[in-house]
Design a binder for this molecule. Structure first.
Ligand code: AMP
Length: 113
């Protein structure tokens, strides 16, 4: 999608602080961190949100969760962290390209807002 900011990050058209990259997945620091560790993990291909996944996307989702664990270990937060996915406007999603937030490095609270 030409006007999608995370597609542009995945294509290196706009800069980001890359934490991880392979042929299908990109992870980069959130520009407005909400915790000492705040990394976004995205599929490089444009998927709007969790509700838009196709049956063929679930292998990719498994791979994303493997990378989430790898990043958590590398960041030293494997003893406790939060994964957030906001789905759709009502779910608080502000960027319409599927992404998972990894938040860690501080005590998390519940319930979320
Ligand atoms: P969400 O509200 O779940 O859609 O999360 C979108 C996230 O993207 C927010 O935490 C933003 O701070 C983050 N964000 C927006 N633009 C950028 C950018 N250019 N680089 C890194 N993170 C961004």
């Amino acid at each position: 999608m030409s006007d999608c900011i995370f597609c542009k990050i995945a294509n290196k058209e706009i800069p980001s602080q890359v934490v991880y990259e392979d042929d299908l997945i990109m992870a980069f620091n959130d520009i407005q961190p909400q915790a000492p560790v705040h990394v976004l993990v995205v599929p490089k291909k444009h998927i709007k949100d969790i509700a838009s996944l196709s049956d063929t996307d679930y292998d990719l989702m498994g791979r994303i969760f493997k990378i989430i664990n790898k990043i958590a270990k590398e960041k030293g937060i494997e003893d406790g962290f939060r994964i957030v996915n906001n789905c759709g406007e009502k779910g608080g999603q502000s960027v319409g390209h599927l992404h998972f937030h990894i938040l860690g490095g501080r005590q998390m609270q519940w319930p979320p807002g």
